[in-house]
Design a protein around this ligand. Structure first.
Ligand SMILES: [Zn+2]
Length: 240
């Protein structure tokens, strides 16, 4: 095939997206004629979703969601890195302006980012720099991980531990603590300290989203006083 024709085929791949959008837009209007009028007026999502950039784990797909339900940030291996101004800006906007009630960190099994970080290979910058934060998680849980004989099971546990560590990183941020302190001190207005932080893992192999328990006291241990930015007992009594 001539190169011009092959180039046309490549262009058609993008044209297909527009065609699929037209079908989706029509189908959506059939079910709910006012849908776009409604979401065109603004957003008020309950959830901030921090997920992996992997093409199989788009948040709305996993929960059968619609536009307007999730404020989303995605990066390689769903990391919460305190110096990442992209993630921090999303978090600040979600917490302070959208006032989301839940922040979800969702990892997934068969995660290429986790696998790359656990391999002995230099992936070059900037990827290598990003992976170093994941390697820190491995170092923190080395004993538990290396006691697992099966490679696949070790990978799955690493995915789970990484999600838990990213939830802890969220807890350490001033954005989360400030908002939780504010909401906890107003029981008439808010049912509990908000936003709640949740750890989840998706399995591409069976399509199931699982929730993980995170014991913040156990994981942060004695160091909790270092990360606890506000000296407020209301935070101590609350389940994160
Ligand atoms: Zn991934």
């Amino acid at each position: 095939m001539e190169r011009t024709n092959r180039a046309k085929e490549v262009d058609a791949e993008v044209g297909e997206l527009g065609d699929r959008n037209k079908i989706w837009q029509k189908e959506t209007l059939k079910v709910d004629p006012e849908f776009f009028t409604r979401i065109g007026q603004g957003q008020a999502p309950k959830y901030l979703w921090i997920g992996c950039a992997d093409s199989r784990v788009a948040a709305e797909n996993l929960i059968g969601g619609k536009p307007g339900e999730l404020f989303t940030h995605r990066n390689i291996a769903n990391m919460v890195v305190s110096t990442d101004t992209n993630m921090r800006s999303v978090l600040q906007y979600a917490v302070d302006y959208l006032q989301v009630r839940h922040v979800i960190v969702c990892g997934h099994y068969d995660c290429g980012g986790i696998k790359a970080a656990c391999s002995v290979k230099d992936h070059d910058l900037p990827l290598e720099s990003w992976l170093s934060s994941i390697r820190d998680v491995y170092r923190l849980h080395k004993d538990e991980l290396e006691a697992i004989d099966c490679d696949q099971e070790r990978h799955k546990r690493m995915v789970e531990l990484n999600v838990i560590e990213q939830c802890l990183n969220l807890f350490k941020t001033s954005d989360i603590q400030r908002r939780r302190r504010y909401t906890a001190s107003r029981p008439d207005e808010f049912p509990c300290a908000l936003p709640r932080i949740h750890a989840m893992v998706f399995s591409p192999a069976d399509g199931i989203l699982r929730r993980l328990n995170v014991d913040y006291r156990k994981h942060l241990g004695d160091a909790i006083s270092i990360y606890h930015l506000y000296d407020d007992p209301l935070l101590d009594d609350e389940v994160i």
